[in-house]
Design a protein around this ligand. Structure first.
Ligand SMILES: Cc1cc2nc3c(=O)[nH]c(=O)nc-3n(C[C@H](O)[C@H](O)[C@H](O)COP(=O)(O)OP(=O)(O)OC[C@H]3O[C@@H](n4cnc5c(N)ncnc54)[C@H](O)[C@@H]3O)c2cc1C
Length: 415
């Protein structure tokens, strides 16, 4: 087992962080990494990995301890997720979708404004969801993409929920829903079905995978992250009870604007992939990579330079990743907001760049399907495409928010 954790040798860790990192590293090396090639080849969901995560109590990692979970905070989760991504990208990415349902309705919601009545109702609702996870081992997915401008945060979701007696009637379609068919519940982002509804009226509602009116369609045969099984969901007049609400009315909109680091949770998977590409390169050039002949290639100066360049890029990426994690809080300042866009962009782009450099440096034999590098390369390509913070949209936000203060326009200004 490699000695060094994903966050480096001397990074100060709490006791819980050290324990969880060790646990995930052991699972990753002994279980997830050896299974990753088969899930990738077959484009099937890593059910065995989830059985291990469930048995280890990790499905409730971010469920607050008052509700029986492990009570991990945001930085702890981010470190653990990066370690998981180092061993199986598809497991880490899907785990993120599940964990976010607990992180958003748990720790984040505690920071947001609600009336006393809303807070009491939220406490009661999340008790139901957390118990399903902690006691029943339930798995939650997080479908928000719809193929419109909604998932980019630029328009209301087209999926709707209409208030009816005792609950909600949900209708709509979601694309790229990771864990489709594997999740017990789907945390659907949707718009309240009423006149003049806007993005402020976004609701976050858990729809059971076995509800009448729920179906999964389309095939799944993508370039990378094949084990996520991210198919299309159709929802037709699905009734869910009031306690299906994972956040009160209006609170998701508040979270998205006041707790921006909530969207940075997609990055650790790719931080882990970046680390894995570098780990592989070193062991391959040393003639120590499993399933390869013991041929050393480390003595060539060009290889040494390439490894040095990779190392620099990895450390730059990790430094920004760790810094952005430590900034996460409600209402971060402008500097922290800009930094987290820069961090998301850097992690997603550099993960792919490091995989590209790893293939060029290690050479042809290293990209055979019998080795993990070509899977890392394909998986890493997906990072920059993840909404709402694709690499393009990070540039877009970074440029605009660096140049304009909130509410500023150029109206009336002569060019
Ligand atoms: C492996 C994988 C797993 C996924 N899992 C999930 C999941 O579990 N849940 C989920 O909700 N989604 C998931 N997604 C979906 C992902 O977040 C994106 O929604 C999806 O890749 C969008 O694809 P698209 O072609 O529809 O993007 P489009 O909306 O067509 O956008 C294409 C590109 O244009 C840019 N763009 C989009 N809107 C704007 C705008 N308004 N202004 C400027 N530029 C814009 C963005 O850079 C974007 O990448 C997953 C995707 C992948 C690849």
């Amino acid at each position: 087992m490699p000695e060094q954790s994903i966050c480096g040798e001397h990074f100060p860790l709490t006791g819980l962080q050290r324990d969880l990192l060790q646990q995930v590293r052991a699972l990753g090396i002994q279980k997830f990494a050896p299974r990753a090639a088969q899930y990738d080849r077959d484009a099937t969901f890593p059910f065995e990995n989830y059985a291990d995560l469930r048995a280890a109590g990790l499905l409730g990692v971010c469920v607050p301890s008052a509700y029986g979970g492990l009570g991990a905070d945001y930085p702890t989760y981010m470190l653990l997720a990066a370690e998981m991504g180092r061993h199986c990208g598809a497991t880490a990415l899907t785990f993120n979708m599940h964990v976010c349902s607990t992180l958003w309705s748990g720790l984040l919601a505690d920071d947001l404004e609600m009336t006393a009545e809303e807070r009491a109702q939220h406490e009661a609702n999340r008790r139901v969801h957390f118990a399903r996870i902690v006691d029943g081992g339930a798995l939650y997915a997080q479908p928000f993409s719809e193929g419109s401008a909604a998932a980019a945060g630029k328009a209301p979701f087209g999926t709707t929920a209409r208030k009816v007696d005792g609950g909600w009637l949900v209708n709509g379609k979601k694309i790229f829903a990771s864990l489709s068919g594997a999740a017990d519940y789907y945390g659907v982002l949707c718009t309240e079905d009423r006149p003049d509804a806007s993005m402020r009226d976004t609701l976050y509602i858990a729809v059971p995978g076995n509800a009448p009116g729920f179906s999964i369609v389309g095939d799944w045969d993508p370039l990378g992250m094949r084990g996520t099984v991210s198919r299309t969901l159709l929802m037709k007049d699905i009734f869910v009870a009031d306690d299906a609400q994972l956040m009160p009315r209006g609170v998701y909109f508040q979270a998205a604007s006041r707790w921006p680091h909530m969207f940075f949770t997609l990055a650790p998977t790719y931080m882990g992939i970046a680390q894995a590409a570098c780990d592989f390169t070193v062991s391959y050039l040393r003639g120590e990579a499993p399933n390869t002949p013991p041929v050393k290639r480390r003595m060539y100066p060009t290889k040494q330079i390439a490894v040095a360049e990779m190392h620099i890029k990895l450390e730059q990426t990790r430094a920004l990743f760790l810094r952005a994690i430590s900034d996460a809080r409600v209402d971060p300042g402008k500097e922290a907001r800009l930094r987290v866009y820069a961090a998301q962009y850097t992690v997603m782009e550099n993960a792919n760049e490091l995989c590209r450099l790893a293939i060029r440096t290690c050479g042809g034999q290293a990209m055979l399907k019998s080795l993990p590098l070509e899977r890392l390369y394909r998986d890493s390509r997906c990072g920059a495409l993840m909404l709402p913070w694709t690499a393009e949209l990070c540039l877009d936000r970074l440029g605009r928010e660096a140049l304009y203060e909130p509410g500023e326009t150029d109206e009336g200004v002569q060019p």
